[in-house]
Design a protein around this ligand. Structure first.
Ligand SMILES: [Zn+2]
Length: 82
């Protein structure tokens, strides 16, 4: 009987978690980021392109971090007004 090593199990999980294809490059993602933030903030329905952005965030910590920073920057003025 074959037992997976920890490394093999981890590799398998990584492969499974990436079954949703990431269609965007980081540049594409960056271009759509403001639009995505706008849609999220206003609760607009996401277009196919914006859904791809969301998928990219789930697979790219770098862009996800950029987005968090952008959201904070966008929401700050409102926080001051309240
Ligand atoms: Zn990225």
């Amino acid at each position: 009987m074959t037992i997976l090593t920890f490394a093999q199990a981890k590799q398998l999980l990584t492969t499974v978690s990436k079954t949703v294809p990431d269609q965007l490059s980081c540049d594409d993602c960056f271009e759509l980021m403001a639009e995505f933030a706008d849609a999220e903030i206003h609760g607009n329905e996401l277009t196919a392109a914006l859904k791809a952005v969301r998928i990219h965030f789930s697979q790219c910590p770098c862009c996800a971090y950029e987005y968090t920073t952008l959201l904070e920057a966008l929401q700050e003025p409102e926080a001051i007004l309240k």
